[in-house]
Design a protein around this ligand. Structure first.
Ligand code: 5GP
Length: 205
């Protein structure tokens, strides 16, 4: 897939992990503490998948029809995109460009294709983090718990994708096992803190 590069500076923290690995909780934890407030912003992607209960348009995703998504893609408004279980997901180029001018880091929750595209396009600025669930055994339950209306066949398909995703973990800069949520949060915060301060120091010199 071709990527239309964003021009501004800043780090791009890309978090991937199977459905139910807890990557969204981990990513959100970064936005909830004062230390990173104003320094990190979260990318809100476009998607054509239906909205889940509790999700908000423009906060969790920009929910679009497939035709709207394709129009944006044609107009080069999408930085990178993927197809996941039949739906389109894509990073909003204007959003990223605007945020990159304001914050030191942008947080993106992407699948393995998205992480690969961003790393390839921004090798020096992308920091890739893979969140692993402690085992595949508990994944169906974790996926179901997150959204009770997720259909059994969708849960099954997500677990199947998870097996493939886990094989890509080795190509990430960091692998984080989410066995104990508190510990996983602390490790993620350490990674982000140290990469941001190194980046800040390098930009000054
Ligand atoms: P979900 O349906 O669980 O919200 O997302 C399905 C998968 O798509 C997850 O792995 C999520 O991280 C990924 N995803 C969400 N937005 C994007 C995007 O803009 N680009 C890519 N490549 N993956 C995305």
């Amino acid at each position: 897939m071709r990527i239309h590069k964003a021009k501004k500076s800043g780090l791009l923290f890309v978090i991937s992990g199977p459905s139910g690995s807890g990557k969204t909780t981990l990513a959100n934890s970064l936005l909830e503490i004062g230390e990173f407030r104003g320094r990190l912003v979260k990318s809100v992607s476009f998607t054509t998948r239906p909205r889940r209960t509790g999700e908000k348009n423009k906060r969790d995703y920009f929910f679009l029809t497939a035709a709207e998504f394709k129009n944006l893609r044609r107009a080069k408004k999408i930085l990178e995109w993927t197809r996941y279980l039949g739906y389109y997901y894509g990073t909003a180029r204007d959003f990223i460009e605007a945020q990159m001018g304001k914050a030191e880091g942008v947080l993106l929750c992407l699948d393995i294709n998205g992480a690969r595209s961003i790393k390839r396009a921004y090798p020096d600025r992308a920091v890739t983090i893979f969140v692993k669930p402690p085992s595949l055994k508990d994944l169906p339950l974790r996926i179901q718990k997150r959204c009770r209306t997720t259909r059994v066949d969708e849960v099954r398909r997500r677990v199947k994708v998870a097996e493939k995703e886990l094989r890509a973990a080795g190509s990430y800069d960091y692998v984080l096992v989410n066995k104990d949520l508190k510990k996983a949060i602390a490790r993620l915060h350490r990674i982000v803190r140290s990469r941001l301060s190194n980046y800040r120091a390098a930009s000054r010199s």
